[in-house]
Design a protein. Structure first.
Length: 387
């Protein structure tokens, strides 16, 4: 079977790329092991969708169809250091409607997938698992584990941090484990959150409370492995009490809503995101510390940039040529690099327990809060991926 483009991985970034090319003449294959589905109750995997991502999803025709009663707008973010430092970001002060929207991964994924299933230029291979990849001078051949063979000018690796495509293409990745896990859970709170997101840099990790609709809140606690084990082993009531205390009971008493989960944290850098007939997007191209809440937004902007490059190609141009793919690589060189290094530096800065360093970093937070131009520039970059 012959296509112009094969996307391995139908997650948020991969599916969004295919939908972004819905008006193109490209014949697209999407290979995915399982279709998304909505869990009962609240999804434990929660993302902070930036205004830039919301605009992209709106361009795809997805944003308007989401259940907005399950999206929590963030009007303010309050960041607390470990020794009196405080920094407040306000959407109003920065001229934005919202800083971000907090929502479930499955809420957006299912809606993108519905668009994908109706798309005339997409063939879905699901469930399917890739088994072999051959890259030749003029074509890439992907063989599935059921024996089917797909050919295309270009293969996109959208298959996550442990990307099979990246490995088969011989693209080296440098992985640095943080020795931490992100513990996630959702709660019903005694008091409403009023659209305020909280983040605490603590001696035992980075704690974030993200506002969901009404009196609901999502926890992301980037905790050392030993603490993560301890938190996951606690019964629901003492677990809630531990989270309440860690956040200074800012939202009153908490009640666990759904299951807890945890995922390992690591920094991953790749030597290159493109090679002849291969391009990487999303977590296959970069992995960052979750303290910025920016991971999925990088993936969406990867998809948007690559779709723009491919959609603009004349019909006679080879989509897998390295000169074509390097345009995408240049477009996406700055934002992932800056966010990777910034989040890594912040994680290491607040992870060191030194009294002098603690004083300096908290003074730095307070000084930043007193410089509106700098503070608003940081907000605009987080919202739009550029200053």
């Amino acid at each position: 079977m012959k296509f112009d483009l094969i996307i391995v991985g139908g997650g948020l970034a991969g599916a969004a790329l295919a939908v972004a090319l819905r008006r193109s003449a490209l014949r697209i294959a999407v290979v995915e092991h399982a279709a998304p589905r909505r869990p009962t109750g609240w999804d434990a995997r929660i993302y902070a969708y930036s205004p830039a991502s919301a605009r992209f999803l709106d361009e795809l025709g997805v944003w308007a169809h989401l259940d907005h009663d399950r999206l929590g707008p963030v009007s303010e973010m309050r960041i607390h250091g470990d020794a009196g430092g405080e920094l407040v970001f306000s959407a109003y002060d920065s001229g934005l409607e919202e800083l971000a929207w907090i929502g479930e991964s499955s809420l957006v994924h299912v809606e993108i997938w519905e668009s994908l299933k109706r798309q005339h230029n997409v063939t879905l291979f699901c469930p399917a698992t890739p088994a072999a990849l051959e890259i030749d001078a003029d074509v890439a051949t992907l063989r599935l584990d059921d024996g089917r063979s797909l050919q295309a000018a270009l293969v996109i690796g959208a298959d996550g941090r442990d990307s099979w495509v990246r490995e088969r293409a011989g693209i080296e990745a440098t992985v640095k484990p943080y020795g931490e896990r992100g513990v996630v859970a959702n709660f019903v709170c005694e008091r409403p959150n009023h659209g305020v997101a909280f983040q605490w840099f603590r001696a035992d990790g980075v704690l974030a409370w993200l506002p969901l609709p009404g009196r609901t809140m999502s926890l992301v606690w980037s905790a050392p492995d030993a603490l993560a084990d301890e938190l996951l082993a606690l019964d629901p009531e003492p677990f809630c009490a531990r989270v309440e205390a860690a956040g200074g009971r800012a939202l009153g008493k908490l009640e666990l809503a759904g299951q807890r989960a945890a995922f390992p944290l690591r920094l991953m850098r790749v030597e290159e995101v493109v090679r002849p007939r291969v391009a990487l997007i999303g977590d296959a191209a970069h992995a960052i510390h979750p303290l910025s809440g920016h991971g999925i937004n990088l993936g969406f902007q990867d998809a948007k940039a690559l779709a723009e490059v491919l959609a603009a190609l004349p019909s006679w141009r080879d989509a897998g040529e390295l000169s074509v793919l390097r345009r995408y690589a240049r477009m996406r060189a700055e934002e992932p690099f800056l966010l990777q290094y910034t989040t890594h530096a912040l994680s290491r800065l607040f992870g060191r327990q030194d009294p002098l360093l603690s004083s300096l970093r908290n003074v730095g937070m307070n000084l930043t809060g007193q410089l509106p131009v700098l503070k608003n520039a940081l907000v605009r970059y987080a919202a739009n991926g550029r200053f």
